[in-house]
Design a protein around this ligand. Structure first.
Ligand SMILES: Cc1cc2nc3c(=O)[nH]c(=O)nc-3n(C[C@H](O)[C@H](O)[C@H](O)COP(=O)(O)OP(=O)(O)OC[C@H]3O[C@@H](n4cnc5c(N)ncnc54)[C@H](O)[C@@H]3O)c2cc1C
Length: 427
């Protein structure tokens, strides 16, 4: 089987043979490296960039704490002094829905962190390196060639020279790089709504104090966008707007002027950020939702953003990256030890269960069912606790009806809310 550029097997396999080559040292790659190293496998990580590097995706979910802890990475994260995040606040004009992670049905972690990803990802990678894992920075995977026993991976160095690395298995943790989906033609059209995002960091965010300070704010903009405000412990905050492409076309001027006008168009964002200073020219990203035809093949598996990415609305990306990497390691460990494994049921179906639960919430956010529930005049506290557990990332807890039958539960509840509101309350 040959994919991507045809690679000649120039190396003496016995010299360079790895059990696993990990592509990418983001959260998925770091967690996988830590766990595989602990299992005693011979691994290497190749990372295209040098750390620290900026990447978007700064608000974690409480379930990520379980995963970081199991991988032996949580202590290092806790020592960084990141902003504690106790929940998520959704605002639509004067209406507020405040989820506090202390009020979950499933008893998960009641906090997590808002992280500058440059620092968070470097912390994870340095911790993994200190555990004895080799991370080769400035090295880009450009081709891969599989045969019956091995993968031969072409890695290009910063100075332009290529080398070939042989490994029994390749774990693709390349995130937005989507190395194997591109090389192996695994890309699939996504059914997520087509959205764009513009974001930056600011100083001078007039945030609430105390326990509320670290919560993410999600402001529903009257023109159909939504705005995140993610406060960091250094006093700066991340601010981003997500909307249909049409929304962004309504704003002219420099990127900074456009972003400021978008912020000022929402009363809640304007109240916090009216005096804020934009710290770097706003960046834009589009076409970030992605899907794949399959999550694994004979000598590879895809994790994190190298597999599926839905939408930023519920801050699920890093948690799904960590969970999929953790699960891949779990299955791969047994596979490499010669035990029978079923990648379809044990990996793909498991990962997709979590992805699809979040998908139901993303869809319901954009088709207004979820805002209807969040901003209902009367909210059942038990139900809100179950939804809070989902928003905390516990999307594999089948005992939660808002996980187990997410789409149906949201549909029934939103209909109930609509009927209770009567014609006057319907929006
Ligand atoms: C607008 C927006 C907002 C978001 N907000 C959030 C949020 O608040 N919370 C959240 O959890 N998630 C958020 N996300 C999602 C989050 O960014 C990703 O889900 C997360 O970074 C995925 O982690 P990862 O480890 O899979 O990949 P990444 O973090 O992308 O890491 C992959 C690494 O692989 C390396 N790489 C790429 N190509 C190659 C190659 N060819 N060779 C070697 N190395 C390579 C890259 O340099 C990178 O360091 C957001 C996404 C978007 C688009």
């Amino acid at each position: 089987m040959s994919h991507g550029k045809v690679t000649r097997w120039k190396v003496k396999m016995s010299e360079l043979d790895l059990d696993v080559l990990i592509i990418g040292a983001g959260p998925a790659g770091a967690l996988a490296a830590s766990a595989l190293n602990r299992e005693g496998f011979k691994i290497d990580v190749v990372e295209k960039q040098t750390f620290p590097r900026f990447v978007i995706g700064e608000s974690l979910l409480p379930h990520s704490m379980d995963l970081l802890q199991d991988a032996g990475l949580l202590d290092a994260v806790e020592r960084q002094g990141f902003m504690r995040k106790h929940g998520a606040v959704f605002l639509r004009g004067a209406e507020v829905c405040n989820f506090d992670f202390a009020n979950q049905s499933g008893g998960g972690w009641d906090y997590t962190y808002q992280v500058t990803r440059a620092d968070f990802d470097k912390t994870l990678a340095d911790t993994v390196a200190a555990q004895g894992v080799r991370i080769d920075y400035g090295q880009t995977v450009t081709a891969v060639d599989f045969n019956k026993d091995r993968a031969a991976v072409t890695v290009k160095g910063a100075e332009g020279a290529s080398r070939t690395v042989a490994a029994k298995f390749v774990l693709d943790c390349s995130g937005y790089g989507r190395v194997l989906p591109r090389l192996l033609d695994l890309e699939k059209p996504t059914n997520s709504p087509p959205k764009e995002s513009m974001f930056t960091h600011v100083s001078g965010d007039a945030r609430p104090l105390g326990r509320e300070e670290g919560k993410i704010w999600v402001c529903m903009h009257p023109q159909g966008a939504w705005i995140w405000i993610i406060p960091f412990s250094n006093g700066n905050s991340s601010v981003g707007v997500v909307a249909d492409p049409e929304f962004f076309k309504k704003f002219s001027g420099t990127e900074e002027e456009r972003l400021r006008a978008m912020i000022m168009g929402d009363e809640n964002a304007a109240a916090r950020l009216g005096q804020a200073k934009i710290l770097f020219p706003p960046q834009s990203i589009k076409g970030y939702s992605c899907a794949v035809k399959r999550l694994w093949g004979p000598r590879y598996a895809l994790t994190g953003n190298a597999s599926e990415f839905l939408d930023p609305i519920f801050s699920s990306g890093v948690t799904l990256a960590l969970e999929s990497a953790n699960r891949a390691v779990h299955v791969l460990t047994r596979h490499l030890r010669g035990e029978p494994v079923n990648w379809d049921t044990e990996y793909s179906e498991y990962v997709m269960q979590g992805v699809n639960t979040f998908r139901a919430y993303v869809m319901a956010w954009y088709n207004e069912r979820l805002p209807q529930i969040f901003f209902a005049a009367q909210r059942n506290p038990d139900i809100m606790r179950q939804i809070c557990s989902v928003l905390a990332g516990y999307v594999w807890d089948e005992s939660n009806p808002f996980v187990h039958q997410a789409e149906r539960a949201i549909g029934v509840l939103s209909e109930l809310v609509r009927l209770q509101a009567g014609p006057a309350g319907a929006r």
